[in-house]
Each structure stands twice: as C-alpha cells, then as structure tokens.
Design a protein around this ligand. Structure first.
Ligand SMILES: *[C@@H]1O[C@H](CO)[C@@H](O)[C@H](O)[C@H]1NC(C)=O
Ligand SMILES: *[C@@H]1O[C@H](CO)[C@@H](O)[C@H](O)[C@H]1NC(C)=O
Length: 398
C-alpha cells in the first residue's frame, strides 16, 4: 500500500517570464476499501470485515448490499449514518450488529446464527465527501458438517450380489468424501458412490458396498470413513455384517456325565427343543433349552432323543440314542449312538458316532469332551453297543 505522489506546481509569471518549479514529494496511501472472504460453520457468528484506508475525507454514510442464496436479487439492506448508527433499509436489523466505528473508518458487521440462506456476497460501500462511493466485497461461505449414518440390509445367504451396507453423509457443505475400509473383504465387494446437491447448497453423498452374502462374511466388520472440511476430524462408522442362515449341522456334545448339549451354527441364534421319538418324556430327564440332563439313571431314559434347532430361516435336527443298563451297576449306563440327521435339506446325512462306556461318577475326564472322545471300557458295554448298532443300522436313517 502507499504510493509516491508527485505534485508539481508550476507558477508562471507572465511579467518576468519566470518559471518557478516547486516539487513536493510525499508518500500518500491510496484510498482503499478492504473486504474479505469468510468461512463460517452453520449456526456460528460471522464477521463481515470492511475497512477504509488511505483517506481523511469525512464519511457521509456506510451502506451494505447483499446477494445471497436466500435473496438472489441484489439489495441494499443496511446503512450506517454517523449520528444515527445502524438503520435497516427495509424491515429490521435482524441478526446483524455494527461492530465497526465510523471514526476509525471501520464499517464491519457481525451476523449471528449464520444460516445457509445467508451465504453469498456482501458489499460494503463508504460514501465520502467529496469523492463519493468506494466499496468492497465480502464473500460469506458456509460450512455444514455431514450427518453420517450407516444402514445395513437384511442379508440371507445367497449367490447373487446385493447391497450389503450403505453409508450416507447427509447435507454437508462442501460435499463430503466417503470411503470404506473393508479389510479382507477387499476384492470381494464392490463400491458405488453417488451424490445429490440440495437446493440449499448442501450435498448428500451415499456410498454402498455390494457383494454376495456368504457365511464367511457374517460378523465381518467394515468401516465407512467420512471426511469433510466442516469436520474437525474424519468420522469412522463401523458396521458388523450380518448374514442370516438356518441352523447348519446339529451336533450333540456331552457336557458332563449326565448332561448333553445340542450345538449348531445359525444366525439368528437357534432355539432348541428336545423331545423323544415316542413322544413320551421320562421323569428323570430334564430339557432346558440346548441342554438335556438326566437326574437319575433309570431305564425309562432309554430311547431316541431328538434335538430340534430352529430359527426364522429353518430347522435342523440331531439325535441321541440312550440306553441305560440295569442290574448291579446302577450308575453304569451307556450311550450307544449319536445320530446326526440332516432332515431339512432332503438329503439325510447320517453320522454314526457310536460309542459306549461307563460315565465317570465324578464328572471329571469326559465332561465337555465330544462323545467320540470316550472309549469303550466294559465288555458289557461293547456287547450292548454292537447290538444297538445293528438295530439302528437296520432301522436306517429316520
Ligand atoms: C473464498 O474462500 C473459499 C473457501 O475457502 C474458496 O473456495 C474461494 O475460492 C475463496 N474465494 C475468493 C474470491 O478468494
Ligand atoms: C438442506 O436441504 C436438505 C434437503 O432438503 C435437508 O435435508 C437439510 O436439512 C437442509 N440443511 C439445512 C442446514 O437446512
């Protein structure tokens, strides 16, 4: 700022044909009005700076004009007059406050609770005497942070590509960037992005992950990362993919010497029902959800038990054949066969995990082992077992 001004004064004396040349050299600032480019977050207070420099001419008035998103026609909206202060041109002052000072050539305004409709160009004009009007523009830009969200779709196992999960960064200004962290699913999923600009100047960015819902994908965590100038740091939203499926194979595990647990994999979690093939229920057996427990070793326990695992997507069954030996050895009982029957898919997969043995009285050793881990240990048990196996083989799959 500041220019060197040369003032040359020529005096001509006609009588003496005398030329006196007086050269005054001085540094003078040029008259200038300074505006600005302001960026403010939605709802905050914006300062619209406007300063006059380089003159000592008196100010007659300061006027403000605007062209905004809300008022696209250029209009005068405020004036500041030395002795009266801030005056609205039409209507009222509203959210504006005069924060400058005429005596210090400062026409700055403050605008509270900035809205999207306030965004635009503001012009401040100093009217000076005698030189007239001098103005500058102030650009007001708004920052609106996105509202980020994730929405997963209901996924059933399938072979076709579907929309797995959608990440939305809604209503931001400037537009938000959305990306995904898919971990080991990278390469198995496809990403699509789209964005929509709203009339109020904000943009909604939507990014979706597409893929074929598989069991391996179930419980996999994916993350959506939203970046935007209006956010102080990037936002990360995590989503656990849920792929729903009916119970897979049902197996029956021995939990303790006198209890068994029905186990399957299903999403949502399966509910279990125990019953017996003859539709009777022995007094000494207790079924509680997945667990089957024998409270005493009585021969009424003998029979084929069925565990039915089901969820809203389907049902599968597992079978347990129980035979309790009577006689001198009352606590001595033998479980002969564990049949796993896949009844739902039409293919009857039969698994013959036959076994026998004395259950330890203490519950040590075999508890929590799979039934196939125990070994026959009595001659009687082996006999019984073979007998029962024959019987079951002739019966075939149920
Ligand atoms: C004002 O600032 C915004 C955001 O910082 C920028 O995009 C724009 O180009 C600037 N405009 C001017 C005229 O400097
Ligand atoms: C802008 O417009 C969109 C779409 O109409 C709306 O959802 C959003 O809330 C608006 N944003 C603001 C800050 O008014």
């Amino acid at each position: 700022m500041g220019t060197k001004t040369m003032i040359a004064l020529f005096i001509l004396d006609y009588h003496h044909v005398l030329l006196v040349s007086l050269i005054v050299s001085t540094v003078v600032e040029a008259l200038e009005v300074t505006g600005g480019n302001m960026t403010v977050a939605l709802g905050e207070t914006a300062v619209l700076p406007c300063k006059l420099t380089g003159t000592s001419e008196p100010i007659t008035q300061i006027s403000w004009q605007r062209v905004t998103r809300g008022r696209p026609q250029k209009e005068n909206f405020l004036t500041i007059i030395p002795k009266d202060g801030l005056k609205p041109v039409n209507g009222h002052v509203g959210r504006f406050t005069f924060i400058g000072s005429i005596s210090s050539n400062d026409g700055s305004l403050q605008l509270a609770s900035v809205e999207l409709m306030d965004e635009g160009i503001y012009t401040c004009i100093f009217t000076l005497f005698p030189s007239g009007n001098h103005g500058a523009d102030i650009l007001l830009n708004l920052l609106v942070p996105p509202i980020s969200s994730l929405k997963g779709n209901l996924l059933a196992l399938g072979s076709e590509e579907v929309d797995l999960v959608t990440c939305t960064a809604a209503g931001s200004r400037p537009p938000a960037q959305v990306r995904w962290l898919t971990g080991t699913l990278a390469g198995k999923v496809r990403i699509t992005n789209s964005s929509t600009e709203h009339p109020n100047g904000t943009t909604t960015t939507v990014s979706s992950l597409f893929g074929v819902p598989t069991r391996e994908m179930n419980q996999h965590v994916v993350r959506c990362v939203v970046t935007n100038a209006a956010l102080s740091k990037e936002e990360t939203l995590a989503f656990t993919i849920q792929v729903y499926f009916s119970p897979l194979e049902v197996s029956i595990r021995q939990q303790a010497k006198d209890s068994f647990e029905c186990v399957t994999e299903a999403n949502p979690r399966a509910s279990f029902t125990w019953n017996r093939s003859d539709n009777s229920w022995p007094q000494s057996a207790r079924a509680d959800a997945a667990t089957l427990r024998f409270v005493s070793m009585a021969s009424d326990l003998n029979g084929l038990y069925q565990c039915e695992a089901s969820n809203s997507y389907g049902t599968k069954r597992g079978h347990l054949y129980v035979h309790v030996t009577s006689g001198g050895c009352t606590a001595c009982w033998i479980v002969l066969c564990l049949l796993l029957l896949a009844l739902s898919a039409g293919t009857a997969a039969v698994m013959f995990l036959y076994k026998s043995g004395k259950f330890p009285r203490t519950g040590e050793g075999t508890s929590r082992n799979r039934m196939s881990d125990t070994t026959p240990n009595t001659a009687q048990g082996v006999e019984e077992e073979e007998e029962e196996r024959d019987r079951l083989q002739t019966e075939g799959p149920v």
